[in-house]
Design a protein around this ligand. Structure first.
Ligand code: ADE
Length: 263
């Protein structure tokens, strides 16, 4: 496997596995074990792309068990310099309705016990994380989402919970009271690990439901989340085709410069 090729990485749901033209599948070795699934390498909109289904080919890895370190390491070893991360999220704001695409600019980590760093000792480094996402990449994503006519939000704070359960009404109301916009289960440590490797990371968050504290009624169910994601898969594919065509070649200089150096 030659890492001299520069690729765009896409991490997303298993429903996007067939995104690439003529894919071949590779299973890079990493110091952290195997990635969530074989990685599909192929072309999309004329670009070299690596696609990894975050939860595995058959959705067998729950959010708290995803091997995030192996996933990002494997993509990096394949020459990926920019990552687009697609995920399902719940809304914490009644004005952000299901079907909306959010490009968050901030993240709050409420997960526990996940292996969230490559600098676990004896190599130690402290990554800058004030702006977790690629600034230029987010702008491009916002423009692309808008041009496709999606209901969208061009910023917002994503709170990441441990899962796999959804939030209680009280937890959800608390997140809402902090002014946070959306809630998901997978952005951390995925985004932080990308930063530690100097990779550019662009988030695309599809709102699949209104979270427990916001909505009256029974609260979120997995059925509604999966049904809403499936209903939007075709649109997400179209969005990715469009976005991939516009993203620059090679690393984003600003993101690469944020790669921390061990002390
Ligand atoms: N993913 C999709 N909807 C969610 C929600 N309401 N809470 C956490 N993760 C989610």
């Amino acid at each position: 496997m030659s890492a001299s090729v520069t690729r765009l990485g896409i991490i997303g749901g298993s429903g996007l596995y067939e995104l690439l033209d003529d894919p071949r599948y590779v299973e890079p070795e990493t110091p952290y074990g195997p990635a969530s699934a074989p990685i599909a390498l192929g072309r999309l909109s004329g670009r070299e792309v690596a696609f990894l289904p975050r939860h595995g080919a058959s959705h067998e890895h729950p959010p708290h068990r995803v091997n995030y370190r192996a996933n990002l390491w494997a993509l990096d070893s394949l020459g990926v310099t920019r990552v687009i991360g697609v995920s399902a999220v719940g809304s914490l704001d009644p004005a952000i309705e299901p079907g909306t695409l959010v490009v968050p600019d901030q993240v709050v980590d409420r997960t526990h016990g996940r292996d969230g760093t490559y600098f676990d000792g004896p190599r130690v480094a402290h990554a800058s994380f004030a702006d977790p996402y690629c600034v230029a990449g987010r702008e491009l994503a916002v423009d692309t989402v808008r041009s496709q006519g999606w209901p969208m939000r061009d910023a917002g704070t994503l709170v990441v919970i441990g899962g796999p359960r959804f939030s209680s009404r009280a937890e959800s109301l608390w997140y809402q009271a902090q002014g946070w916009s959306i809630v998901g289960m997978t952005a951390m440590p995925e985004v932080a690990l990308a930063r530690e490797l100097g990779l550019c990371y662009v988030p695309l968050c599809l709102v699949t439901d209104v979270d427990a504290g916001v909505a009256v009624g029974e609260g979120v169910t997995q059925e509604e989340v999966f049904a809403a994601f499936a209903a939007n898969i075709a649109r997400i594919r179209e969005l990715l085709r469009d976005l991939v065509a516009k993203v620059g070649d090679g690393p984003d200089r600003a993101c690469a410069a944020l790669k921390p150096q061990p002390l």
